[in-house]
Structures are given as C-alpha cells and as structure tokens.
Write a protein that binds this ligand. Sequence first.
Ligand code: HEC
Ligand code: HEC
Ligand code: HEC
Length: 86
Amino acid sequence: MRKYIFLFLLLGWSAGASAFVYEAYNGNVEFDHRFHRDKFACKECHSGPPGHMEFDRESAHTFCIGCHERKKAGPIKHCAECHKVS
Ligand code: HEC
Ligand code: HEC
Ligand code: HEC
C-alpha cells in the first residue's frame, strides 16, 4: 500500500506544481496548472516533453486567451478575471 502512495506522490510531483503566478503591473495572474491539466491532454499545451514555458504579454495572451476563445470558456474579455488586483 505504501508503495502506491509513494508512486502517486511521485506522479503528482512530476506533473508539475499546481499553480504558477505571473507577475504583472496591472495585477498578477494565477495559472492553475492542476485545474487546466485535468481538462486537457498535456500535448494540448506542451509540445515535446512538458516543462517550463516563458511568456511575455503578447505570447501569454495568445496562448491563454487563444485557447479560451477556441473552447468558448475561461476569461477572454474581462482583464480582472486573470489580472487580480489585491
Ligand atoms: C486569460 C488570462 C488573461 C486575460 C483575460 C488578460 N491577460 Fe494580460 N496577461 C496574462 C498573463 C499570463 C500575463 C503575463 C505574461 C508575462 O509573464 O509576462 C499578462 C500580461 C499582461 C500585461 C503586461 C504586464 C507587465 O507587467 O508587463 C499587460 C499590460 C496586460 N496583460 C494587460 C491585459 C489587459 C488590458 C487585459 C484585458 C483586455 C488582459 N491583460 C487580459 C493573462 C491574461
Ligand atoms: C492548459 C495548458 C496546460 C496543460 C493541459 C498542461 N500544462 Fe503543464 N504547464 C503549462 C504551463 C503554462 C506551464 C509553464 C509554467 C511556467 O513554467 O511558468 C506548465 C509547466 C509544466 C511543468 C514544469 C513545472 C515547473 O515547475 O516548472 C511540467 C512538468 C508540466 N507542465 C507537466 C504537465 C503534464 C505532465 C501535463 C499533462 C498531464 C500538463 N503539464 C498539462 C500548461 C499546461
Ligand atoms: C488548452 C486550453 C487552455 C489554455 C492554454 C489556457 N486555458 Fe484557462 N481555461 C480553459 C478552459 C476551457 C477554462 C474554463 C473551464 C471551465 O469553466 O470549466 C479555463 C478557465 C480559466 C480560468 C478560470 C478558472 C475558474 O476557476 O473558473 C482562468 C483564471 C484561466 N483559465 C487562466 C488561464 C491562464 C492564465 C492561462 C495561460 C497561462 C490559461 N488559462 C490557458 C482553457 C485553457
């Protein structure tokens, strides 16, 4: 039994952190990796071995909003749904 728990933890760890925060002067953006990962295959977002990705404003908007538009779900027009001003 303990062996399986270990395997589970290892898989969870290797699939990446559960959330990432992108700093932005107009409000930091939280990307919930786990939430998104549960909905899509890895290759929907990762080409090649899944790992770290670099974004700037334009590429992040294309990546994030682009998919929300394609799927007709998730924040698109309302900046504050992603950019949280606290
Ligand atoms: C789906 C989520 C999402 C939505 C909706 C969104 N953004 Fe962003 N935006 C991001 C992410 C992620 C970044 C961070 C990219 C990075 O790490 O440089 C970002 C970066 C930015 C930046 C650069 C900030 C900096 O510190 O350089 C600006 C400005 C910005 N967004 C404006 C907007 C405006 C205006 C809107 C609404 C019209 C908007 N965003 C809607 C996700 C979003
Ligand atoms: C909806 C898009 C999306 C899906 C689906 C997705 N990921 Fe990611 N993943 C990302 C983004 C964006 C990053 C980059 C975060 C960063 O590095 O700032 C990331 C980062 C990672 C990282 C690097 C973690 C780190 O700490 O740097 C790993 C590992 C990873 N993903 C594995 C997976 C696996 C395995 C799957 C499938 C089970 C998956 N991802 C599905 C978007 C996604
Ligand atoms: C491959 C497609 C895809 C990509 C890429 C993607 N998203 Fe999403 N996202 C979705 C979908 C679909 C939903 C809506 C899920 C639902 O409502 O059930 C969503 C929902 C969200 C939500 C709302 C979560 C909630 O609790 O309702 C936020 C915030 C969000 N995404 C941020 C981001 C950011 C930031 C990025 C880029 C770093 C990103 N997404 C990239 C598909 C994607």
